[in-house]
Design a protein. Structure first.
Length: 247
């Protein structure tokens, strides 16, 4: 009887233990699932960058729109000087190789970008050949306007010097430093003679000649240094390609 009584508590204990296991197993499973459900989002978020640290989408800057105009100041050409680099004098005489822009108001078909040919001319629609060598931009504009009047009523013409080609003048004869001189801007005959180093002892300063090429041929111009040095008469300026001869 004592053994039976001793066995009963053991059996009861096993039963109770089983009951505990049966009762605690669902709770433990629920607890584990609850922990996983709360931990998993946190673990998932650790792999994602925060919105404050997340790099913003790359923004592409808009492409600059094209512009028209002259070459920026200070940009030299391989063969000449841009007109934007220097101020073109109204008295500037056009030379061979100079690049021009001729605009005809309200008629883009007639507007042209041109270069003065070795023969000193340019060619325009309707007008044909026009002498440009030795003329100022204003004189060339007037010549083009006059030629267009038979086709257009009151044409409005603009001549722009886009690029000038370096030109030389030549001083020869009885001067101390004969030879070519670069023509930079507007230079008077007196300045050219001074750059040539002045006269030699037997120079005939009253009978200086200037040889100038024109579309019609070579023109000879007389120059009296003695009169000009005293301020008498209008100031005479050299033109591209002029040759000054001091006998």
């Amino acid at each position: 009887m004592r053994r039976a009584r001793a066995a009963k508590p053991a059996a009861t204990l096993r039963t109770l233990n089983k009951g505990v296991v049966m009762k605690t197993s669902p709770f433990a499973s629920f607890s584990i699932l609850f922990l996983l459900s709360t931990v998993s989002p946190a673990l998932a978020q650790t792999g994602r960058p925060d919105a404050s640290t997340r790099p913003s989408p790359t923004t592409t800057a808009p492409r600059p729109t094209g512009t028209t105009g002259t070459t920026p100041t200070g940009t030299p050409s391989a063969t000449g000087t841009r007109a934007a680099d220097t101020v073109i004098s109204p008295d500037y005489r056009l030379g061979t190789g100079d690049k021009l822009r001729v605009d005809i108001y309200k008629d883009p078909n007639l507007s042209q970008s041109l270069q003065i040919r070795p023969d000193g001319k340019i060619t325009l629609p309707l007008v044909g050949d026009v002498v440009a060598l030795g003329r100022t931009p204003t004189e060339l504009r007037d010549a083009i306007s006059q030629s267009l009047k038979q086709y257009i009523t009151e044409p409005v013409v603009t001549v722009i010097v886009v690029e000038t080609v370096p030109q030389n003048i030549y001083v020869m004869g009885e001067v101390n430093s004969p030879g070519p001189q670069p023509l930079n801007g507007q230079i008077s005959v007196l300045q050219a003679l001074a750059t040539a180093g002045g006269f030699r002892d037997f120079a005939k300063t009253k009978d200086i000649r200037i040889l100038r090429k024109t579309p019609k041929g070579t023109e000879t111009i007389r120059f009296n240094y003695n009169e000009a040095s005293k301020g008498r008469g209008p100031t005479m300026y050299v033109q591209p390609g002029d040759t000054i001869i001091v006998p």
